[in-house]
Design a protein around this ligand. Structure first.
Ligand SMILES: [Zn+2]
Length: 96
């Protein structure tokens, strides 16, 4: 079972919650081993969960999750373009 980025993303929050099946987990882990984009997204999601799960109160900047969502959607759209290598994405300072 081999996954593309756009197949991995819908599973990432469940992956963090440990609510994916063992097969899905293995496939996602395999993908993460060689995919910087998904690893970065997983890191971001994980950081947010750690922050929001913390006892202390954190105030995320207004619009933070909207921007994260927009970013993920932009990456998904880019990854969905035919002939475009999803892994060949720069670190994103150019589109702001
Ligand atoms: Zn990926």
């Amino acid at each position: 079972m081999r996954l593309d980025c756009k197949h991995v993303w819908p599973y990432l929050s469940e992956f963090i919650d440990d609510s994916v099946s063992p097969e899905e987990r293995r496939a996602i882990e395999l993908h993460l081993e060689h995919c910087e984009i998904c690893s970065a997204i997983l890191d971001s999601l994980h950081n947010i969960l750690v922050l929001t799960a913390d006892d202390r109160v954190f105030h995320l900047p207004v619009g933070y999750s909207d921007r994260l969502h927009a970013r993920i959607e932009a990456e998904m759209n880019r990854a969905a373009l035919p002939g475009d290598d999803a892994r060949d994405v720069d670190d994103g300072s150019s589109d702001e």
